[in-house]
Design a protein around this ligand. Structure first.
Ligand code: HEM
Length: 420
């Protein structure tokens, strides 16, 4: 252990990843930034709401291009994707300015208010269909039967995936998410790359089609970035725009699944709040915000230190890894009164950092908020007395996720059906 690292503060341990809140309280006693034990890399964890903001405002010092994933263990799989697909495309989430600014401008255009507005009725339809599928049984496994399906169908909608192609799109998207959750065997990774290569060809064909036959949709906006840039920048390559489409799957899938499921858990834990918001729809947005804050679907994101610096009393070396701990910042007692209480009436309910902060703040937050509020609205309308499935208690629910995302493995529920 490095002498500066705090004894016992080992971040990458299963119990701290799955149940981080006691750990955060304990680490917080040692200051807003704490060096933690990591045998592989100098690593600091930042738990303080304001210090995280400070870091996100200085991308030149705290880069979003961390060490990257180590794919050296999978030479066959990586070679396959290069040869048969388009390789790994550059990603907005790991880009720094000035490239990040160029990508972000495209996202701003693509996910602008008009598009979000167009998407809302489709989100409502998708949610209603999924609820139709579960009501008769009066029970379901909420993560797989609702949250996962909704998130992937909304992304498919954004990418203009044809209804007939939905089943294979699910398989492809699943592979994208799976390969991020290493470790996998070489064969498993190869299988993922085969799926990703197919997805890439599908998306590239769709993008080319939108260049030739523009429509009034998101994919056409993405495709337009290969032809022109409104601000006079060079057109982007097809590979870069493909990377942006893939970013929706990477950034908008697992995150939304976890947030939806954790919100449902809050409704089950707090039936009085469920009743209150069922009776007053205006409170649903507040409920969604507070559940995003209370247990964040993205607990951390990484940054790397761009040069040797001294920051808040720590001598940090170039290349050191920083964990921006949104989950801890959202329970920072200085930033939030009674931070450990779930309170849908709290002042400044949207000030949480669950969508990040600064130049990389979630580009899909408007869409994510629509998914959450429309879902809770319809679920509360149609399902009553929502409870854990027979024989289960809250203590039986297992969390899943790694250093970044955080959610529920399964959420088996039962409910009564409201008369329509
Ligand atoms: C409740 C669900 C979601 C949560 C909690 C969430 C959270 C986040 C967070 C914390 C970041 C910041 C990453 C960083 O600073 O390194 C981020 C970035 C991003 N999110 Fe989301 N997200 C959600 C849903 C979505 C959806 C549905 C989409 C797509 C429609 C999306 C697209 C993105 C993109 C493209 C970025 C990268 C932005 C950039 O680097 O400039 N997210 N998200």
């Amino acid at each position: 252990m490095h002498p500066e690292a705090q004894e016992g503060f080992v971040f990458f341990e299963e119990h701290t990843l799955t149940n981080p809140y006691d750990f955060y309280d304990c680490v917080r006693q040692s200051g807003p930034i704490v060096r933690i034990e990591n045998p592989h890399r100098e690593t600091y964890m930042v738990l303080d709401f304001d210090v995280i903001r400070e870091i996100t405002k200085q991308p030149e010092l705290f880069s979003s291009r961390p060490a990257g994933r180590n794919l050296n263990f999978y030479p066959k799989a990586v070679a396959y994707l290069k040869e048969h697909g388009y390789g790994f495309s550059p990603q907005i989430i790991t880009a720094d300015p000035p490239l990040h600014t160029v990508y972000r401008n495209v996202f701003a255009r693509v996910l602008r208010e008009k598009r979000a507005h167009q998407l809302r009725p489709r989100i409502v339809e998708i949610a209603a269909e999924l609820i139709d599928n579960i009501v008769d049984e009066k029970e379901c496994e909420f993560v797989m039967d609702y949250a996962w399906r909704l998130a992937i169908l909304v992304i498919a909608e954004m990418l203009g995936v044809d209804r007939n192609d939905i089943a294979q799109f699910r398989r492809w998207a699943n592979a994208w998410v799976l390969q991020l959750e290493q470790p996998l065997s070489e064969d498993e990774m190869l299988e993922c790359m085969k799926n990703i290569a197919e997805l890439q060809h599908y998306l590239v064909a769709a993008l080319k089609d939108r260049v030739a036959n523009p429509r009034d949709d998101i994919l056409t906006d993405f495709a337009a970035a290969t032809i022109d840039q409104e601000n006079g920048d060079e057109p982007l390559s097809l590979r870069e725009v493909l990377g942006m489409c893939e970013a929706l799957i990477i950034a908008g899938n697992d995150t939304a699944v976890s947030a939806l499921s954790l919100g449902m858990l809050r409704l089950i834990e707090r039936p009085k709040i469920a009743e209150r918001i069922r009776g007053d729809r205006k409170l649903i947005a507040n409920f969604a915000e507070e559940s995003l804050r209370y247990e964040s679907a993205v607990q951390n994101n990484f940054r790397s230190v761009a040069e040797d610096i001294e920051f808040h009393g720590h001598k940090m070396s170039k290349g050191a890894q920083i964990l921006l701990c949104w989950g801890a910042a959202n329970r920072d007692p200085v930033a939030f009164e009674n931070a450990d209480q779930f309170d849908i009436d709290r002042a400044g309910i949207r000030k949480h950092q669950s969508f990040g902060y600064g130049i990389h703040a979630c580009a899909g937050a408007v869409i994510a908020r629509q998914e959450l509020t429309e879902s809770y609205c319809l679920l509360l309308e149609r399902l009553h007395n929502i409870r854990l499935a027979d024989g289960l208690s809250l203590a039986d629910l297992k969390r899943r996720g790694g250093a970044v995302t955080h959610g529920l493995e399964r959420l088996p529920i039962q409910f009564d059906v409201a008369r329509r």
